[in-house]
Structure formats: C-alpha cells, structure tokens
Design a protein around this ligand. Structure first.
Ligand SMILES: Nc1ncnc2c1ncn2[C@@H]1O[C@H](COP(=O)(O)OP(=O)(O)OP(=O)(O)O)[C@@H](O)[C@H]1O
Length: 286
C-alpha cells in the first residue's frame, strides 16, 4: 500500500529533477561533419545532432533570455561552416536585424529581413523558388530532393516569429501578417521535400504565435524554459518546458522522445573567428 502511495509521486517528480550532469559548454567546429546536414544542437551525455535531411523543419520556443537566439546562431554557424558551398540562407530577424544583420554580406546569406513588410517580400521570393523547384521536379519525375543529386539546401530562419502573427500585430499590418502566415504554411507543407528547411523561433509561446500549418508540419521541436504548461504545449505539444531549470541554454529537444540538453554557447566573435579560419584555409588551398 505504501509503495502504491509513494511510486506515483516519485514518477511525477522524476521529470522535474534538475539534470546536474548537464554543464555549459562552448561551441566548436570539431563537432561538425563536413558536407552533412547533421547539426550539433546540444549535449546530453554526448553531443546530440539534429538531422535536417530526416526532419527538415524545426520549431523553437522559449521565454526571453534563456538562449533561443544563441541556439539559432549555433545552427547558423554549423550550417555555414559544414556546408559553405551548399547552404543558402534566408533570415527573418524581427529584432530589427540586430542579431543577424551583420551576416548579410556572407555569400551564403541571400537576404536578412528586419521587419514585417520586408519579411513578406523575402517569403514571396522563397515561395516563388519553391514553385519553380516544384515545376522542375514534376518535369523530371522527382518525388523528393533526397532522391536527386541536388546538394544545395535553402534554410529560412525566423527569429521572433510571433511578430508575423495577424493576431499579435497592429490593425494596419494585419494583411501583411496574414500573407506571411500563408507563405510560412506553404514552406512548411511543401518545402521540405523540395529542399527548403524552415526554422521558426518564437519567444511568445501563444497558440497564435505559431501558424497552424507550420506547427502541423514540424516534427522537431526545441523548447527553452517556458513559464507555464500552456506555453510548453504550444511548442512541444505537451508539458515539460515549464519544469526546466532556469539556466540559459538548457532546453528540451523533442522528436519522438524528449531529451533534456544543454545547447552550445556561441558568440558573434566566435562565429567571426570560425569564419575567418575557414576563409584562411580556403585561401591556402587555392
Ligand atoms: N547555450 C548557452 N550556454 C550558456 N549561456 C547561454 C547559452 N545561451 C544563452 N546564454 C546566455 O543567455 C543570454 C541570453 O541568450 P539569448 O539572447 O540567446 O536569449 P533569447 O532567449 O534569445 O532572449 P532574447 O529573445 O531576449 O534575445 C546570452 O547573452 C548568454 O549570456
């Protein structure tokens, strides 16, 4: 009887036990696989990787200051450093371009949009590319990019996606936000098989912040600390992110299973250093 009484408490409490083995760690290129879409996302016991070929899109959420942008920058760095000649990046940085604007001159970065209207224009460009790719695939009888010898992949990274929500913008911007939702939905729905990968991040875990089609078509989820179960359900479809310890970089990575991870720490200076090193190696090789 006593056992029956104690056990549920232990089980219910297990998920909340702080994971003391997870420690802060710095991003390093030694964890990369050159010409692979396996991207390091965090450490559990060992480094965990997300495979953007198997799960093309990713939804990222978390309350402000818990490491969402640092995480996006680590993905950005990995994509460029592991696939410098194969990755194409479109970035919607709705923090006014403050986080990614400085990378706009990189050859892999096609555009950085810093407000709703430029985001719509960027998404329109991406949508046209998707339709063109779809036409080419139809002509050649291709079903999926993984069956072709096309090596390039196009990533659309959105930092602060809630700024694109019709329910969360002012009345006069509503029609732009509605258009953005349609484009994002289509990218998530048909883009994956055509070589387009959407990484959609939001700091506001309201249902309205994540377009329905986007959520429906994204299997991979990453959530940093969130205030409550409702927010956790928006990102992970279940509770759990509210129980994370309030540590920057601590997150839950969810595919079929949930994993508590510590994401790598990276700064703009570190990214600059890695890019510089890559350029030096390329110049030496020429
Ligand atoms: N993986 C990490 N390891 C250690 N510290 C981290 C990590 N990620 C973030 N931090 C620390 O937390 C701070 C906030 O991170 P970040 O800017 O990514 O948060 P955010 O959730 O995007 O917040 P905001 O939306 O306000 O920018 C960073 O400046 C850094 O000091």
């Amino acid at each position: 009887m006593l056992e029956w009484l104690i056990l549920p408490t232990v089980i219910a409490g297990a998920a909340m036990l702080p994971n003391k083995k997870l420690e802060s760690w710095e991003y390093h290129t030694k964890h990369l696989y050159y010409h692979s879409w396996l991207v390091p996302i965090g450490k559990k016991r060992r480094v965990m990787y997300h495979n953007f070929e198997h799960y093309p899109h990713m939804l990222v959420g978390g309350t402000t200051r818990f490491g969402k942008t640092v995480f996006l920058k680590s993905l950005f760095a990995s994509l460029i450093l592991a696939n410098p000649d194969r990755v194409r990046l479109y970035i919607i940085d709705l923090k006014g371009g403050l986080e990614f604007g400085e990378y706009e001159s990189l050859p892999q970065v096609l555009q950085v949009a810093d407000d709703l209207i430029s985001a719509c224009q960027l998404l329109d460009t991406v949508y046209k590319e998707i339709k063109e790719q779809q036409g080419r695939f139809r002509e050649k009888g291709y079903k999926n990019i993984s069956d072709t010898n096309i090596r390039k992949r196009t990533f659309i990274m959105v930092d602060e996606g809630a700024e694109l929500s019709p329910k969360l913008v002012s009345k006069e911007k509503k029609k732009y936000a509605e258009l953005a939702q349609i484009y994002l939905g289509e990218i998530a729905r048909i883009g994956g098989g055509l070589g387009f990968r959407l990484i959609f991040a939001t700091q506001i875990p309201y249902r309205e912040a994540v377009p329905g089609q986007v959520k429906m078509n994204i299997v991979a989820r990453v959530s940093f600390k969130i205030a409550d179960q409702i927010g956790s359900r928006v990102i992970l479809d279940e509770k759990g992110a509210e129980e994370l310890e309030p540590i920057a970089g601590r997150a839950i990575y969810k595919l079929a299973e949930k994993h508590e991870i510590q994401c790598p720490y990276i700064t703009d200076q570190m990214i600059g250093g890695f890019l510089h090193e890559q350029n030096r190696k390329n110049t030496d090789a020429d």
